[in-house]
Design a protein around this ligand. Structure first.
Ligand code: HEC
Ligand code: HEC
Length: 295
């Protein structure tokens, strides 16, 4: 009830503040002028950012993981979101998009027509990506197989289905500030980039407030599982006592130090981290060990 009240108040306030002001603004054309992407570099970005985990067809395996036809469902307290088709198909996918449209989606959460995306698409993470990485990613994704499966509508009820209300949500929760101070340590800076700009680890491992914003004071300290049962574990040094080598090994093989194997949605994450360079897995591990320990 409380959540409904606050969200309704924000929605009502927005109507007062003006319909026009709340439209999304794409990146200026100058931001991407002169950028060209390298597909080989983009493949590494694609794995680090985990795009296939959400955009491949449900339960796709092997080469089918590269067909980004959408259709996976993501339950949340606000309703169920369905990942859209982002394959290069010109009609059902994003084949017709230019770099500016693609970069505006990832870095600003804005659709080509100015509508706001729901944060079930983790642009709150991707907003920290460099434009060069975004250009490389697009160059790689342009070469993936096109697929003509139409995107399915989200199953989200009023008032959460009003994309305009996300204008207020973004003012509160979309910023490109780093969470961890990585100092001048290059490995820690790389780890921070992989975790905070690409791997969207916090989207699952951090709890959210009643408006669905990530609670940065509880960064990586665990969260309820949106899919229903159980909790997503606390991975700060306050709870996870694995060594850096243990963490890197888990991200490569899916095996814990007790030789349990990874389960749940983390299994999809490990399919991506297994493809990273060994230095990158080590950098993620160093990052996790440098987090403030939370109970
Ligand atoms: C956690 C799941 C998740 C991940 C990871 C994810 N997406 Fe998405 N994506 C979504 C959802 C859900 C939407 C629909 C958002 C909406 O309709 O407001 C979406 C929408 C999009 C759109 C807009 C498509 C359209 O038709 O307007 C693009 C482009 C996109 N994602 C690209 C990417 C790329 C590139 C990556 C990797 C860097 C990525 N996504 C990673 C869930 C995800
Ligand atoms: C889609 C949700 C999701 C994302 C994204 C995610 N995780 Fe996880 N993670 C989980 C779940 C669920 C588990 C529990 C796995 C299990 O029960 O086997 C887990 C477990 C872990 C564990 C083991 C903790 C333990 O106590 O067993 C580590 C370490 C970890 N994740 C690190 C990461 C890192 C680093 C990232 C980003 C690169 C990440 N996770 C992204 C859902 C996620």
């Amino acid at each position: 009830m409380q959540r409904l009240f606050i969200v309704s108040a924000i929605v009502a306030g927005l109507f007062g503040a003006g319909w026009v002001l709340s439209a999304g603004r794409p990146l200026p054309a100058a931001a991407v002028a002169g950028l060209s992407g390298d597909p080989a570099a983009g493949e590494a970005v694609f794995h680090a950012a985990g795009c296939a985990s959400c955009h491949m067809a449900p339960e796709a395996e092997g080469p089918a993981r590269r067909v980004l036809s959408g259709g996976q469902r993501f339950p949340s307290p606000f309703g169920t979101f369905v990942a859209p088709n982002i394959s290069p198909d010109p009609d059902q996918g994003i084949g017709g998009w230019d770099l500016r449209a693609f970069a505006s989606a990832l870095k600003r959460g804005v659709r080509p027509d100015g509508a706001h995306y729901f944060p079930a698409f983790p642009y709150t993470t991707y907003t920290r990506m460099t434009l060069q990485d975004v250009a490389d990613l697009k160059a790689f994704m342009d070469l993936l197989p096109p697929d003509a499966t139409p995107s399915q509508p989200h199953e989200v009820a009023f008032p959460f289905n009003i994309r305009r209300s996300l204008f207020g949500w973004k003012l509160l929760f979309l910023d490109a500030d780093w969470v961890l101070d990585a100092g001048t340590n290059p490995s820690l800076q790389r780890g921070r980039y992989l975790v905070e700009a690409m791997g969207h680890c916090a989207e699952c491992h951090t709890s959210r407030n009643i408006l669905g914003g990530i609670d940065k004071a509880r960064w990586m300290a665990g969260a309820p599982n949106p899919a229903g049962k159980g909790r997503i574990p606390n991975i700060t040094p306050g709870a996870l006592d694995w060594s850096e080598a243990d963490i890197a090994y888990y991200l490569e093989t899916g095996f814990t130090p007790d030789f349990d194997s990874v389960g749940g949605h983390m299994a999809f994450v490990v399919e991506n981290t297994a493809l990273l360079a060994p230095e990158d897995r080590a950098a993620i591990a160093a990052y996790l060990k440098a987090l403030p320990p939370l109970k």
